[in-house]
Design a protein around this ligand. Structure first.
Ligand SMILES: Cc1ncc(C[n+]2csc(CCOP(=O)(O)OP(=O)(O)O)c2C)c(N)n1
Length: 273
């Protein structure tokens, strides 16, 4: 799929995220919007998945650790053909099938229950180790937030992955630099971030997380070094492509669009920008 096609899909995904946020008046929209290109690049260009045979053992696995942002995952999985688009209408609604935080449901393409932050990389490392032990070719991707990299459990998994030479494991950090209560640099600074991963024996690459060319190039170059786990630090903007006043603001964590804001942002997205 071409970069132009990926960009079109990303617009559609942003519309679906904002639709879910508006309908359910739910929080966690900014972090869903920041990881759109990461997920679209993976599911539409990089990962081996089988929407019509979702539990096929040869599939690549993606553990969406920052599961409060599940709207993004749901929109991408539906667009990729795992389930009907109308299921998205039930997001966070009574009798709906899609909870605010994603729950394992392989037939929908959801590999892990998550939401208590800081556990996804450990889960992904376990799946990657199982793949190695069973001599499988599949890769395991873990999508992390920067907030999760303030948690010790993440760094335990970093140590573990290096120890077991999990070069089938790729961590992707959606580095939007904003958390629930402030900017990451003020809450608990991660810098120098890439150097920290490298000090733990991982190979790191930094990319613009909204640039498909850079994302695809990085994803198709892993493992960067045979025998080492890889991390892609994707510099992103929280709230990107959503309601303008929330972009790169803490409010993007909590505020759903009002009706007027929703109409306005959908018109902008419909124009393709
Ligand atoms: C262990 C744990 N503590 C607190 C929360 C509540 N919580 C939900 S989202 C969030 C912060 C979101 O910021 P970040 O983790 O950086 O994610 P992103 O900006 O990518 O959405 C917090 C503290 C949680 N889900 N899990």
């Amino acid at each position: 799929m071409s970069i132009g096609q990926l960009k079109k899909i990303a617009i559609e995904i942003r519309k679906q995220i904002l639709m879910m946020s508006f309908r359910a008046q739910s929080a966690h929209t900014g972090g869903a919007l920041s990881c759109v290109e990461i997920l679209v690049a993976l599911y539409f260009r990089v990962m081996r998945v089988f929407p019509k045979d979702p539990s096929n053992d040869n599939r690549d696995r993606l553990i969406f650790s920052k599961a409060h942002d599940a709207k993004a995952l749901y929109a991408v999985l539906s667009q990729r053909g795992f389930f009907d688009r109308r299921v998205l209408d039930g997001y966070e609604m009574d009798s709906g099938l899609l909870a605010g935080h994603s729950t394992r449901n392989v037939s929908f393409g959801i590999e892990a229950s998550a939401g208590s932050l800081g556990h996804g990389l450990a889960m992904a490392a376990g799946v990657a180790l199982a793949g190695k032990q069973r001599r499988k070719q599949w890769k395991v991707y873990a999508i992390l937030s920067d907030g999760e990299c303030d948690e010790g459990s993440t760094w335990e998994a970093v140590l573990f992955a290096r120890q077991h030479k999990l070069d089938n494991l790729i961590a992707v950090v959606d580095y939007n630099k904003l958390q629930g209560f402030g900017y990451t640099k003020n809450v608990l600074d991660l810098e120098p971030f890439a150097e920290k991963w490298e000090a733990f024996g991982w190979e790191a690459r930094e990319v613009d997380g909204h640039n498909f060319t850079q994302l695809v190039d990085a994803f198709t170059s892993v493992p960067f070094t045979k025998g080492n786990p890889s991390v892609i630090i994707a510099h992103t903007i929280k709230g990107r492509g959503g309601v303008a006043k929330h972009v790169n603001q803490i409010s993007s964590q909590y505020k759903p669009p009002t009706e007027d804001e929703y109409k306005e942002v959908m018109e902008i997205l419909d124009r393709g920008s």
